[in-house]
Design a protein around this ligand. Structure first.
Ligand SMILES: NC(=O)c1ccc[n+]([C@@H]2O[C@H](COP(=O)([O-])OP(=O)(O)OC[C@H]3O[C@@H](n4cnc5c(N)ncnc54)[C@H](O)[C@@H]3O)[C@@H](O)[C@H]2O)c1
Length: 315
């Protein structure tokens, strides 16, 4: 294994999510080389050509369809390959199909590259992060999932709309499973340091319980709604992937709610789920012990036990 090229990224799986992520990565200007891999080689080649034709309007880079031997020096490998949810399916329904796809993909990655950072995006992302960690032999800090980065963006967006304020000024997290048992952490939510309920009142909103429940449900059901309407979700996750890669490549040490293997985090150990973590050039540098209300802590433990049951079933 040679040295890594910090300007090189690989995207495995070029369906809706992989292609949109590749486009967002091209637009980011973070990399000078991008390899696209898909079992459907025509799809990977078509996406590489199509995205390359935007380069005269962006920044120069090499984008090509390749094979696993082409990723031996990639600094970051993004794995989006796997079946997506059909209308009515939950993310956990995908587990058997996608674990078996990972059993074919992950060993092919670690055979050629043991030093990259592996970002898991395919669903159920927490279970597949655990699977990738087990199968790859990578250390925990270098294999993690996009987790609730997208759900947190959805929460910030909806709160921004509700409060008529820039969503980037909203500080709030979704934690736990990227799925039906996820938790909105209202106890520490704030808008630029002002506790969320006080900011709501400043903006003329007083029915806090009702609004919190409605917004958390809307976040949770976003993917179902989009899948019912257009068949798949991909732009929001593509922007989340771009943001996570930016934190890694620029060594930003940004706090993002990615999914990683936990160690006694609110009593949860040995599974992957999302908690805020510092993300930089070494991947996950540390998890941030976010404080939770007793109800949030109880919900987090339930979320963890849902995931643990799936892991016990699969492994
Ligand atoms: N983490 C998130 O927030 C998030 C958001 C949206 C979607 N997703 C997930 O991302 C995954 C991909 O979704 P999509 O809409 O792009 O699906 P898709 O069906 O459009 O694409 C999947 C791609 O994977 C490829 N593939 C399958 N098996 C492969 C293998 N063994 N090797 C190489 N390529 C293989 C397929 O050929 C296909 O092109 C799904 O699991 C979906 O649930 C995650």
């Amino acid at each position: 294994m040679g040295t890594l090229n910090n300007r090189k990224v690989a995207v495995i799986g070029c369906g809706f999510v992989g292609a949109a992520s590749a486009f967002a990565i091209m637009e980011s200007g973070l990399f000078s080389e991008m390899v696209l891999i898909d079992m459907n080689t025509d799809k990977a080649e078509g996406e590489a050509l199509d995205i390359s034709h935007g380069l005269p309007f962006s920044k120069p880079m090499q984008i090509y369809a390749g094979d696993y031997k082409d990723i031996s020096d990639a600094a970051v490998i993004v794995v989006t390959a796997g079946a997506g949810q059909k209308p009515g399916e939950t993310r956990l329904d995908l587990v058997k199909k996608n674990v078996s796809i990972f059993k074919s993909i992950i060993p092919q990655i670690s055979e050629v590259n043991k030093d990259a950072i592996m970002l898991i995006v395919a669903n159920p992302v927490d279970i597949l992060t655990y699977t990738a960690w087990k199968l790859s032999g990578y250390p925990e800090n270098r294999v993690f999932g996009s987790g609730t980065t997208l759900d947190t963006a959805r929460l910030k967006y909806l709160l921004g709309q509700h409060l008529d304020v820039d969503s980037r000024s909203v500080h709030a997290f979704i934690v736990g499973e990227h799925g039906d048992s996820e938790i909105a952490v209202w106890s520490s939510a704030n808008v630029s340091g002002i506790p969320i309920n006080r900011f709501c009142e400043m903006r003329g909103h007083f029915h806090h319980e009702e609004a919190m429940q409605r917004i958390a449900e809307d976040v949770k059901n976003s993917a179902y709604e989009i899948i019912n309407k257009k068949g798949a979700t991909y732009y929001g996750i593509a922007m989340s992937v771009r943001r996570i890669l930016e934190a890694i490549i620029r060594d930003e040490k940004t706090i993002l709610p990615i999914s990683s293997i936990q160690h006694d985090n609110h009593g949860v150990s040995g599974i992957a789920f999302s908690m805020p973590a510092i993300v930089g050039k070494n991947g996950v540098e540390a998890t941030v012990p976010i404080s939770l209300s007793p109800d949030e802590e109880k919900a987090l433990k339930e979320s963890a036990s849902t995931l643990q049951k799936v892991i016990d079933d699969v492994f």
